[in-house]
Each structure stands twice: as structure tokens, then as C-alpha cells.
Design a protein around this ligand. Structure first.
Ligand SMILES: O=C(O)CCC(=O)C(=O)O
Ligand SMILES: [Fe+2]
Length: 868
């Protein structure tokens, strides 16, 4: 195709794009991206670059005919009416932007400016951030923002209109000779990708524009707090708008519309992401990186990753499980290490291929140089597969170190524009998907019969209604997240596991949400309630013990789920023990278990790599450990269920990254050892002997690493007994597994009304006990009113328990704070309804309080040391 042909193709695509931005009012969102590349034959007037618009304007304003780049034969653009209203003010803004770009962001005009490529990349990133922000709501973009986005992106993309590459072409000279001359041609990568990106851009804007007259709405900060008592559910983040749906969920048509929007945006996400990945692949690795990275791939990887890569016969899916990733942050870290190793190995391979570097035998066990190369190639292949898997599993990770460096040091303006544009579009699409996910999740919670809800709940079967989601990996991912969210949010329902929620990939999501399930299912999701039947025990039950089956023998939980669900609704799949080769498949009914048993027992299973499965009916165990734990109270997942006035639990109060930072901050400071746990005090010291604070000795302000938490806490709305929460005391507790806290009420005279406790690193159960009048024997020592005489005499005590996942914030106020004892059982495992949850290697809590100034005047004098 000639340059002109290409150009008109692009221009026509762009004109289509502009049309769709401004006048494609059919409300119809296409969910296929394949139909967009064929408008080359259109003869519509094309979209012009900024300069053409500007020059057109100039001419009109000044009546001048002799100005403007369009006069030059080297500029490839067509004059056209701007797609947005062009105001004189824009010229000023444009000049400012233009100057900043030329200055490379160094406003002194000195030598510190960044390259044009980076300046443009930053400008696109910043523009997207200021136009779309965090996108907490699904609603049309304000007109003013929309036109700013279109206008300024148009400016920032304008250099692409002038980019050409020189290609050799034959020309017949007048003397009959054929000459080869270099001719300018449109730059292929730009002209392939830019129109597509513009189309994706307009699809996202249209999706947002279509969010009018919706069945869902948002509760704002403040109004939510007022509505809190009415609502049975709690908001996870009170400072953010909260998606709401009608009490009975969305209508069928509303849900369908949502799903179809979801599908479109998911396509956009995939397309933008794939363009971004391809551009990044094209971008050269800056040489500077060679100085930064270790010389050996193995060193870059570290012990753990190296072991995983070299482990025999594990698939990339299994490799991820072995990695035991706790958060997106750790996933990113793993990718960074892998990419560094890949880079080093590639360098080695190319050096060897070019004969530059003599073959080294750095692996002592390798004698033969060929095998060293083989080994590098083998590791390289596995590392690349693992990177891909990690990226699939964590689709919206921040930039990796390597990518960030490529962007930072990139000199190719075309690359940097394409990279930045595709990145901001993928991020925007991901945010829209997350918001759609919020609404579908609310819908699923309100209406358990909705196909989306069914898709997430145990025993779901695929049908035409929910096929949509099932074919959308993103929504499935979201659904798995939502299982955990439901565990956090649903009233009284704990979706222990459906076939997929017990799958290996779910595990990583649960890891991200809760380190209670923080490793491979075979290790941490061992279901100790079922055991292997003994000889002679062959009673039928809905639960099957399946041997020779599990991740350790190359069979994923997903594959097991799909094989066993052919016989009936599977309630859950659990690791039967730590071997990774034995699982419990639990059905809702005995008939399904029997059907599976009859078909699969002692036969090779074609869908499970022809493994011979050995199946027995499994026995429900009543072990002393389980008996002990189940003798305790049922554990709620939400505070509203407990019916303790003043008690609140906020899930995901901090992000995984913040969690890591908080832990790192306290770990870099000295701990005080108590007999079974370690503590740190800030603000004022808490003296355990008098159970009070030493107000005479102020340790200073709360440290800056908790400032953002304190700020968030202070914005908690609508608490009747306090207008502002000026927290000034922090106790950090570190509990090893098996260590808890005796039942106590924090001394009234020591602290005021609100106590916030942030759980990090590991989960636990917290029990609340209210000792009824007459049965509670207050300790006679003033200020020692917290200890309970006989904590195990349950005869006249109200008991409640709640599950505290990591990153959740517990708030004790009013009655919960003044009248109820709180207690952390000294267990290594907790039983949360049907699931055994192991305590992690530690739980760290940050308890924020306000030291009391005057006497306590609470409404619970019987528990108050101040009023005794
Ligand atoms: O660890 C916790 O979450 C609670 C700590 C506590 O209750 C206290 O320090 O008084
Ligand atoms: Fe306490």
C-alpha cells in the first residue's frame, strides 16, 4: 500500500473515530474489535492534526494565506473542522503545554529536561489522571472533561501525523534508467496502532456516556453513614461512593445491559493491553540496565524463584502456586526478578551466538557447554511462561521495573506515544470493569437467583444466561474475588467454596484478600473435617476421597472441578492432606457422589491426563481439635450480624501495598518482648501492670508511617459521641500462631470512646463477651476492671465472634467498647463456620486510641473504673 493509501486509511479511521465520539448516537456498542480496520475505501473528509486546525484558524483570523505547515510538502495532514469546539483560550493552553513539552519539564529551561519521548509519555499519563481520576463511579464524563481529553490528546498525538519512515523505492528516470531512491512512508507501527487506540478510546467514552438512567446509583460519603443502620451490609470504604442496586437486584434487562457493557470494555481492555505489550516488546532495553542488574540470572531470581523454575515437571500454573504470592506487590516483585533473569540469559545467549563470550560453565554440575546453553534456554522458556501466567493472573499490575526503565530511557517518540496511550486506555478500561464488577456483585448479593450470583455460588451450572460471564475470564476472575468479598460481606452466607473457588487460581485471590489461605490449597486449604476412610468404613456420603489426583501429580483443581461437576453440583474441592495428590470432592448430594464414584473409580480418567483415580467415600471427622473449636460460638464475617451496638468492621481498609509498608515500618523499629508476644507503643506507653497509660510521659506524635491511616480513620462519619477523632496512642501487637489475648475491656479511664484496630499479616477470630448483670465479678482493684475472673464460665454470658481478615479495621465504639470484653483465642487454627483457617506465621495489629483527659462518663457504670 502506498503512503497515501495508508494515510487515508488512518485518516478515515480517525474520522470514524471522531464521528463516533461526537455523533455516534445509536447507543450501540460493538463488542467486536474486528470490524474497525476496513474503512480504507471511505472518502470521508479526514481528521486534521492540531497544526492544520491551528493554521486554518490562523488564516481565518488573520486573513493570511502564507502561514502554516500545511504549505510544506513534508507534512501529511488534511485540513478539517476540529472535532471539538475550539476556543481562543485553547491557544494559550496549547502554548503552555507545548512549551512544557519542549522544555522537557525543566521549567528553568536548563539542562535537566527529559527527552521529548518521556515528556510526551508523562503528559499523556498526567492528562488521563486528571481527566479520569480514580473513576469511582460509572457515569458520563463531564462535558468539560470529555472535551479536554479529546482536545489535549489530539495535541499530544499530533507529532504522529508527521512521522515517516524512509523506504527504498524504484523510480524510472527520464533516461530510462531505474533508480532506487528513499521515499517517505507512513510509519507502520503508528499507523497500525493509533487508529485502533483511538477507536478503543471512543468506545470507553461511549460506555461511560451510556451510564445514564441506570438502575444502580451511588451512596455518597455521609449519606451512607446515615443509612448504615438501615443497611444490613457495611461499606468497605466509607470514604468512597458505594454502588447500590434496588433491594431485589437489577432487572433482567438492566443486568443484560451491564453484562454487555462489561463484555465490550473487556474487549477494549484486552486490545489496549495487547498493543501496550507489543509496543513495550519493541522498545529496546536501555543499556544502563546492564549496569544495574546482577550478572547472573540465578542471582536475579533469588533462591526461591530459582527453585521453582528448576523444579521438575511443574506446569507454569503450578509454579505460581509454589511461589506463595501474598499480594499483587509480591507478584510484581516476582515478575521483576524473572524479567531481570530473562534479560541476562538472553544477553548470554546472544553473546555466545556471536562468539563474543567464551562459554562459561558457571553451573558447577555442568561440564558440557552445550548443556549450559540448553539449560539457559530451558530456564528462559520457563521464566517467560511464568511471567505470562503471572501477568494473566494479575491483569492490572503496575509497570515492571524493566518496562518502567524502557519508558524512562526510551528515545523513540512514536513508541512512547503508543505505549502511554495504550497504557492509560487499559487502565481506564480496568477501572470501568472494576466498577461494573461492584454493581454486579451488589446485584448478586441482592438477588441470589441472578445468573451472575449463580455463577459465583456453589453448584453453579453453565447455561445460556451465565455463559456470558463464564466466557469472560475477567469476570470469572472478578467472581472469584467476589467469592471472597461475599465471604466478607454476605449476611450469614459463607460461600466456602464452589468447584472453582477451591481451585488453584482462586487461591491466589484469596491470598490477596486474606492470608488465611496463603499458600497452595494442598497446604493451607487442607480440610481436616474429612478424613481418609479406614478399612471397612465404606459408608456412602456426598464426599469423595480421591487419591492420585491433585496439583502434585499435575492435575489442577480447575480440571478436577470440571471432571467431577459432570456428575452433579460440586460444593467444594479440598486438599485431603498436605501431599497435593489427594483431594476431597464434596457434592451437595450423595447421588452425585455415587455417580462420580461409579464412573471414575479405579479407571484412567482421560480428562485428567489418564490418571487412575482411587476413590473412597470420605468420612466426616470429629477430631478433638475440631470439637474444641466448634464448641465456640459461630463466627460472623460481618459486624452487622453480631448485634453489638457500636461494633464495625471495615474490610480492605488498607491495600496490600500499604500493609507491606506498615509492616516494614514497624519491623525496622525496636520491639518490646512480652512473655508471648511483642509490642511497640507510640504516643504514650501502655503499662500492662496497671492496664493504663503513662500520661506523664508522652513519646511524641504518632509516627508518620501511620498518618494516612489516622487521616482515614478521622474521616469516619457520623459518630454520635464524637465530632472528631484525635487519636494519639498506638499499640502495635505482634502475635505468633497460637497466641491470643485474654478477655478484657480496655480501661475506661485510660482511653476515650473509639478504639480502632487494624489487622495485618494474618487473620484471627475475635470473640466478644458481655457478662450479664450479677454474673460478672469486677476486679476490686481500680483501673484493673478489664480482667475477667473466670473467662470459661459461659453460663450467663453473651458470646459473639467475628473473623478479622488481614487489612481489615475493627472499630469499637459505644457499647461494644465500654461493655463488651474482647478476646482473641489462643489457637493455631480457627474454625470459620465450615472452614479451617490457619493462623499465619504472625498477626500484627495496630490499635489506635485516644488517651482520656477527663473522667469517663459512659452509660455503663458497672464496667467503668472511672465511675466506681
Ligand atoms: O490485637 C488486637 O486486635 C486487639 C488488641 C487489643 O485489644 C488491645 O491492645 O487492647
Ligand atoms: Fe483491647
Amino acid at each position: 500500500m502506498t503512503y497515501d493509501g495508508l494515510e487515508s486509511c488512518i485518516l478515515n479511521n480517525q474520522s470514524y473515530d471522531n464521528e463516533s465520539r461526537t455523533s455516534r448516537g445509536d447507543g450501540c456498542l460493538t463488542d467486536s474489535l474486528d470490524d474497525d480496520d476496513s474503512s480504507c475505501s471511505s472518502s470521508k473528509d479526514a481528521f486534521g492534526s492540531f497544526s492544520s486546525k491551528w493554521s486554518t484558524m490562523k488564516r481565518v483570523e488573520h486573513g493570511s494565506e502564507d502561514w502554516g505547515p500545511s504549505e510544506s510538502p513534508n507534512h501529511y495532514h488534511v485540513k478539517q473542522k476540529p472535532a471539538y469546539a475550539f476556543r481562543f483560550l485553547d491557544v494559550e493552553t496549547m502554548k503552555e503545554r507545548f512549551s512544557k513539552l519542549l522544555l522537557g519539564e525543566d521549567i528553568t529551561g536548563g539542562r535537566l529536561g527529559v527527552t521529548t519521548a518521556l515528556a510526551l509519555s508523562n503528559a499523556i499519563t498526567n492528562l488521563a489522571a486528571s481527566v479520569f481520576g480514580e473513576l469511582w463511579k460509572l457515569e458520563p464524563l463531564l462535558e468539560e472533561r470529555k472535551s479536554r481529553w479529546q482536545r489535549e490528546m489530539d495535541w499530544l498525538l499530533s507529532p504522529t501525523n508527521f512521522m515517516v519512515e524512509l523506504v527504498p523505492a524504484r523510480q524510472n528516470a527520464s533516461n530510462g534508467q531505474t533508480l532506487e531512491i528513499m521515499t517517505p512512508k507512513a510509519r507502520a507501527d503508528i499507523h497500525m496502532n493509533l487508529p485502533a487506540l483511538q477507536k478503543l478510546d471512543s468506545m470507553l467514552i461511549e460506555t461511560l456516556d451510556s451510564m445514564v438512567n441506570t438502575e444502580f446509583w451511588y451512596a455518597e460519603v455521609g449519606s451512607r453513614a446515615e443509612g448504615r443502620n438501615k443497611s444490613t451490609r457495611e461499606s468497605k470504604r466509607w470514604w468512597l461512593p458505594l454502588a447500590q442496586v434496588p433491594a431485589s437486584g437489577l432487572s433482567d434487562s438492566g443486568r443484560k445491559k451491564m453484562l454487555s457493557q462489561c463484555r465490550v470494555v473487556y474487549q477494549v481492555f484486552k486490545a489496549a493491553k495487547s498493543i501496550n505489550e507489543n509496543v513495550l516488546l519493541e522498545m529496546p532495553v536501555p543499556t544502563i540496565i546492564k549496569d544495574v542488574l546482577p550478572k547472573s540470572g540465578k542471582t536475579s531470581l533469588g533462591e526461591e524463584l530459582y527453585k521453582v523454575l528448576t523444579a521438575e515437571s511443574s506446569s507454569s500454573g503450578e509454579m505460581i502456586n509454589f511461589l506463595n504470592l501474598k499480594s499483587e506487590h509480591s507478584a510484581l516483585e516476582a515478575i521483576n526478578k524473572l524479567e531481570a533473569a530473562v534479560f541476562t540469559w538472553k544477553e548470554r545467549i546472544s553473546e555466545q551466538a556471536s562468539g563474543k563470550s567464551p562459554v562459561r560453565t558457571s553451573w558447577s554440575f555442568i561440564k558440557d557447554p552445550i548443556s549450559e546453553l540448553d539449560k539457559i534456554e530451558f530456564l528462559l522458556e520457563r521464566a517467560e511462561a511464568l511471567i505470562q501466567q503471572l501477568k494473566n493472573r494479575y491483569p492490572n499490575l503496575p509497570q515492571t521495573f524493566l518496562d518502567a526503565t524502557k519508558i524512562q530511557y526510551g528515545k523513540d517518540v512514536g513508541h512512547s506515544i503508543l505505549e502511554a496511550y495504550s497504557r492509560v486506555l487499559a487502565n481506564l478500561a480496568f477501572s470501568i470493569l472494576s466498577r461494573i464488577g461492584d454493581i454486579l456483585q451488589e446485584d448478586a448479593l441482592s438477588n441470589p437467583n441472578s445468573p451472575v450470583a449463580k455463577c459465583c455460588t456453589p453448584g453453579s451450572k453453565m447455561n445460556d444466561d451465565n455463559m456470558d460471564q463464564i466466557q469472560m475470564p475477567w469476570l470469572r476472575l472478578r467472581s472469584r474475588h467476589s467469592l471472597i468479598d461475599q465471604m466478607n460481606k454476605a449476611d450469614g452466607k459463607y460461600f466456602t467454596s464452589d468447584a472453582s473457588s477451591c481451585s488453584t487460581s482462586e487461591t491466589s485471590n484469596s491470598e490477596a484478600k486474606s492470608s488465611s489461605v496463603n499458600s497452595t490449597p494442598s497446604v493451607n486449604r487442607v480440610c481436616s473435617r474429612f478424613r481418609r476412610p479406614k478399612a471397612g468404613e465404606d459408608e456412602r456420603s456426598p464426599n469423595l476421597f480421591v487419591a492420585n489426583c491433585g496439583p502434585a501429580v499435575g492435575v489442577s483443581y480447575e480440571a478436577i472441578g470440571s471432571v467431577f461437576s459432570a456428575f452433579g453440583d460440586v460444593k467444594g474441592i479440598y486438599a485431603a492432606d498436605d501431599s497435593g495428590a489427594r483431594v476431597i470432592v464434596s457434592y451437595f448430594d450423595e447421588g452425585s457422589a455415587q455417580a462420580a464414584f461409579n464412573s471414575l473409580h479405579s479407571r484412567p480418567c482421560p480428562d485428567l491426563a489418564n490418571r487412575f483415580l482411587h476413590i473412597r467415600y470420605s468420612v466426616l471427622e470429629d477430631s478433638p481439635a475440631t470439637r474444641h473449636i466448634t464448641s465456640s460460638v459461630p463466627v460472623s464475617l460481618v459486624a452487622s450480624e453480631l448485634n453489638i451496638p457500636g461494633l464495625f468492621l471495615f474490610h480492605d481498609f488498607v491495600s496490600a501495598k500499604e500493609e507491606e509498608e506498615l509492616l516494614a515500618a514497624v519491623d525496622s523499629r525496636p520491639w518490646n518482648n512480652l512473655s508471648k508476644r511483642r509490642v511497640q507503643h507510640y504516643g504514650y506507653e501502655f503499662c500492662y501492670d496497671i492496664r493504663n497509660v503513662n500520661t506523664k510521659q508522652c513519646l511524641g506524635e504518632l509516627p508518620s508511617f501511620v498518618s494516612s491511616i489516622v487521616e482515614r480513620v478521622s474521616s469516619f462519619p457520623n459518630l454520635d459521641d464524637s465530632t472528631s477523632v484525635a487519636l494519639d496512642q498506638l499499640t502495635v501487637n505482634e502475635y505468633p500462631p497460637g497466641v491470643g489475648l485474654s478477655p478484657h475491656i480496655d480501661t475506661h479511664s485510660a482511653f476515650e470512646g473509639l478504639i480502632f484496630s487494624l489487622s495485618l499479616a494474618g487473620p484471627c477470630i475475635m470473640e466478644f463477651r458481655r457478662y450479664l448483670e450479677g454474673s460478672w465479678l469486677p476486679n476490686s482493684t481500680p483501673g484493673m476492671n478489664m480482667a475477667v475472673e473466670n473467662p470459661d464460665d459461659y453460663s450467663s454470658v453473651l458470646r459473639r465472634a467475628i473473623y478479622l481478615p488481614p487489612r481489615s479495621m475493627l472499630l469499637l465504639s459505644g457499647e461494644a467498647r465500654y461493655a463488651w470484653n474482647h478476646y482473641i483465642p489462643h489457637h493455631k487454627i480457627d474454625m470459620v463456620n465450615d472452614t479451617v483457617i490457619r493462623r499465619a506465621s504472625r498477626r500484627v495489629s495496630f490499635t489506635f486510641r485516644k488517651v482520656r483527659e477527663g473522667p469517663c462518663r459512659c452509660k455503663f457504670p458497672q464496667y467503668c473504673d472511672s465511675q466506681k
